[in-house]
Design a protein around this ligand. Structure first.
Ligand SMILES: C[S@@+](CC[C@H](N)C(=O)[O-])C[C@H]1O[C@@H](n2cnc3c(N)ncnc32)[C@H](O)[C@@H]1O
Length: 284
């Protein structure tokens, strides 16, 4: 006699275990992996099909952006050595030290979003912050390795910078980075689709993030824009896909985004770069 199929919870546990075993997914936020696997099983898929579909979803919204797996222990050793040397130099400011900046550029090239931002790193943040009132606190939602560009932001080191993403190893590294550089702030592993509570801040970055979140949950972007407790949101959209195709994607996402801004009665100003369209949104 055939055994009864396992109850759904068992299937979900098996799906979760199977996904988190793979190197590519093992440091992802287990709650997000579980939610995605549960949604796939709820469509009536078999365990195998649900695992495959969940992996594909997690790939598209996060793993596809990993260009190179960083050895975070090695990266931290290099960072600490470089910062220690910079602190011995004249003026001793690791944020402006060329060797520290070169290392941070190398590290940022491991993630597709920061990699394609490297050519505009020297101009983006000065141009952006010039348009903002004094900034006393920052949120970085679905941050990837963007916090590593903190030295390019014209902000004193004691301005707190709170960043959030799903990878535990990346988050640990970012916390060590803040410590090593003497920056206030912290990184936290979280699924930003949960009803997360972030501290209030003057500015929140949502760089190239809304399309990834919309892939997981339709309407998530709009909900997040309202939920984040910051009067100014810096929201950007990529001008092309990861594969380099234009496909009118910026137009598609920005049209939807701008209609949400209009509906909310907010103001938006923009900065355009070859790789990225950046909006500065003033919530009223
Ligand atoms: C296109 S990348 C943008 C990274 C960064 N904001 C930047 O522009 O450099 C999207 C990021 O969203 C993160 N992500 C995807 N789903 C998420 C979720 N549910 N909660 C938190 N972060 C998420 C991914 O891990 C990835 O780092």
């Amino acid at each position: 006699m055939n055994a009864d199929p396992p109850p759904p919870d068992d299937q979900l546990d098996q799906a979760l275990a199977s996904i988190l075993t793979a190197r590519k997914y093992r440091s992802m936020h287990p709650g997000l992996v579980r939610d995605i696997a549960a949604a796939e099983l709820a469509k009536g898929r078999t365990l195998k099909e649900a695992v495959k579909a969940a992996k594909s979803q997690l790939h598209q919204s996060a793993a596809a952006y990993v260009r190179r797996n960083l050895d975070y222990d090695d990266a931290l050793r290099q960072l600490q050595t470089t910062v220690t040397a910079a602190n011995r130099g004249p003026g001793s400011d690791p944020s402006t030290d060329p060797t520290v900046r070169t290392l941070l550029r190398q590290l940022m090239s491991a993630h597709a979003s920061t990699h394609e931002r490297l050519p505009i790193l020297d101009t983006l943040h000065p141009q952006l912050f010039q348009r903002l009132p004094p900034v006393r606190s920052v949120l970085d939602i679905a941050c990837g390795l963007h916090p590593l560009s903190r030295p390019w932001m014209p902000l004193p080191p004691d301005v707190p910078y709170f960043s959030y993403d799903i990878y535990s190893d990346q988050i640990d590294f970012l916390n060590h980075f803040f410590d090593a550089m003497g920056y206030a702030g912290a990184a936290q592993q979280c699924n930003v689709l949960d009803r997360m509570s972030t501290p209030p801040a003057d500015v929140a970055f949502l760089l190239k993030t809304l399309p990834c979140l919309e892939q997981i949950e339709t309407g998530a972007g709009q909900r997040l824009l309202h939920q984040i407790d910051a009067p100014i949101l810096i929201v950007s959209f990529p001008n092309h896909t990861l594969a380099g195709r234009k496909q009118g994607m910026a137009q598609h996402y920005t049209a939807n985004f701008l209609s949400q801004i209009k509906k909310a009665g907010w103001q938006a100003d923009s900065l355009s770069y070859p790789s990225e369209l950046v909006y500065i949104v003033q919530k009223n």
